[in-house]
Design a protein around this ligand. Structure first.
Ligand code: ADP
Ligand code: MG
Length: 351
């Protein structure tokens, strides 16, 4: 009796499995085809065009959730939107940040400390003095900028990362998380893609790229770096997987007055656009937030200090530097992955 039952059960399981495997084969065939077809979206947010790409199972959901995620972070962090969390804190001199904003400020203050202040999340008063937010550009004089430097002193922020409570201890202090927001966003998008089951995806947030896994065919992603000269000749191509590849350059946002170019990356020690001899800095790191913060910071620091910084933090990131006189430098760990370089490459060795 028992054996009969068992045999019937086996038979049912057999049938079920058979039916199942038939269906599974059909579906998986469908998915194999779909895996080669990306689901993509292009949106305008954080003042730039963003492209999201995901392959395979969960891709549709990942892209939909990704768009919502970007919109939420933009509405939270935008200095151009009066109702954003950042703007409210800037208007009131204090406030409670939500989890994401508190996470970003935490990382921003950490990176500021690690880079000896080259990255500074309080640049807004100085950005305003130069007219960057409104595009009513002007050149402030040294006296005006000197006075504003008081307002970007990170020691004058009382911040409790746990509760998100932030208070500026001096009048006129204002946050600007624009130097790190896109990297935090791309990192969050990769987590979100993964939680949707996506194993192959890419986001480009205004040229700042982060990739999840490899391409669907199992080979590395090929990320072309823009040439600051505006030509179609790429600086080179980085072959990589599971990395953020984030670039800062003075050529991205600037204005000209009396024949002089003034760009949007400010040296916090002077209040003037950084003039460190670097034309662009690309950071390659598994940590998108770090990559964005460091791309801005190392642009301010210049080549020599950046090399020393990399030599003591080489486990966390790699970098590609282009100097104002077209010298291209690549850190040793990614030298072989950086191909089709437009200029001769100097490899930066470990210290
Ligand atoms: P982009 O946002 O154009 O990709 P960055 O990541 O280098 O480039 O960020 C530049 C932005 O960061 C500026 O527009 C400004 O909002 C802010 N910023 C400028 N100078 C600094 C600095 N020294 N530290 C941190 N943020 C800065
Ligand atoms: Mg940056």
């Amino acid at each position: 009796m028992i054996s009969k039952k068992v045999s019937v059960l086996c038979c049912l399981i057999g049938l079920f499995c058979c039916g199942c495997s038939q269906t599974a084969a059909d579906v998986s065939q469908g998915l194999t085809t779909a895996a080669d077809e990306p689901v993509t979206a292009t949106i305008f947010a954080m003042d730039t065009y963003m492209t999201l790409t995901a392959y395979g199972k969960g891709a549709q959901e990942a892209i939909e959730q990704g768009q919502t995620c970007i919109e939420t972070l933009d509405a939270m962090l935008s200095t151009g939107l009066d109702t954003s969390e950042v703007s409210r804190v800037n208007q009131n001199g204090s406030g409670i940040l939500s989890e994401d904003a508190a996470n970003i400020l935490t990382r921003a203050l950490e990176i500021s400390a690690e880079t000896d202040g080259a990255f500074n999340p309080l640049m807004y008063p100085i950005m305003e003095a130069w007219g960057f937010p409104t595009q009513n550009y002007r050149v402030p004089d040294e006296k005006e900028l000197d006075a504003l430097l008081e307002r970007i002193d990170t020691s004058q922020v009382a911040f409790d990362a746990q509760s998100g409570a932030v208070t500026f201890l001096r009048e006129g202090m204002e946050m600007d998380l624009g130097g790190i927001a896109k990297g935090y966003t791309s990192a969050k998008l990769m987590d979100l893609f993964a939680s949707c089951g996506v194993t192959s995806g890419m986001v480009s947030l205004g040229g700042n790229v982060q990739v999840l896994g490899c391409k669907p065919d199992g080979t590395n992603w090929r990320i072309a770096l823009q040439n600051p000269d505006g030509s179609d000749n790429y600086l080179g191509v980085l072959e990589t997987s599971d990395m953020a590849v984030i670039t800062s350059g003075g050529y991205e946002r600037y204005f000209e007055q009396d024949g002089v170019t003034y760009h949007h990356i400010i040296d916090p020690s002077t209040g003037f656009p950084a003039d460190s001899g670097l034309c662009s800095v690309t950071i390659v790191s598994a940590d998108g937030t770090l990559a964005d913060g460091l791309s801005t910071a190392l642009f301010v620091m210049g080549l020599e200090k950046s090399i020393a910084f990399w030599q003591t933090h080489s486990e966390n990131f790699d970098a590609i530097f282009l100097t104002d006189d077209d010298q291209l430098y690549v850190t040793a760990s990614i030298a072989e992955d950086f191909v089709d370089a437009y200029y001769d490459v100097t490899v930066i060795e470990e210290g």
